[in-house]
Design a protein around this ligand. Structure first.
Ligand SMILES: [Fe+2]
Length: 190
């Protein structure tokens, strides 16, 4: 039996090179605390440092690849509104939200040790603790409205800015650290 699921937004997952993860973590280590959840913006000079090896250049290429694959469009320019880091410890939620711009993304920089029994625990509607949960529309028979991914260090998710997502609080130890971006994209008219 073949299954087809041609509708709905495309979510891309790519693996970012470890040296880039390390570089963002090095900066974030100076801004985070070992026991208190926090958020902060990444300064523009950090994001653009390194020219072709910069975070902005690399992320821009991911956005181009994503749009080429998702809608076969050629991207003329990618402008980043903002890059920011979210550092969370046990019990801190990221409520359901969307981003702004055109294309958004989230990169996992650190993952906590989630208590073993959390793997079995789900919130209402099947959202899993500590996972990223993408939501669309309402629940309908034979049409999925939620997908959950377990964060792994280096995994970079790219998706449309309007796509709702949520991370429920986890029970466990250690830090859940992620970096997000919002990008405005200029696409070549065909
Ligand atoms: Fe988000």
């Amino acid at each position: 039996m073949d299954f087809f699921s041609p509708f709905g937004p495309l979510i891309a997952r790519l693996r970012l090179p470890q040296d880039m993860v390390d570089r963002v973590n090095e900066y974030a280590d100076t801004m985070t605390s070992p026991d208190k959840s926090t958020e902060f913006l990444l300064p523009t000079d950090f994001v653009t440092a390194g020219g072709e090896r910069s975070l902005a250049h690399h992320t821009g290429n991911l956005v181009r690849r994503y749009l080429k694959r998702a809608e076969d469009s050629r991207v003329e320019r990618v402008d980043f509104d903002v890059f920011w880091v979210v550092s969370q410890y046990a019990g801190t939620p990221s409520p359901v939200h969307f981003h702004s711009g055109d294309i958004a993304g989230v990169l996992y920089l650190k993952v906590p040790d989630i208590d073993a029994d959390e793997e079995e625990r789900t919130y209402i509607s099947g959202r899993q603790a500590g996972y990223i949960n993408f939501l669309i529309g309402g629940k309908q028979r034979l049409s999925k409205s939620l997908v959950s991914f377990k964060p792994q260090v280096g995994d970079f998710y790219v998706f449309p800015d309007w796509l709702l997502h949520v991370a429920e609080p986890f029970r466990g130890s250690g830090e859940r650290r992620s970096m997000a971006f919002n990008a405005v994209v200029g696409v070549e008219e065909s």
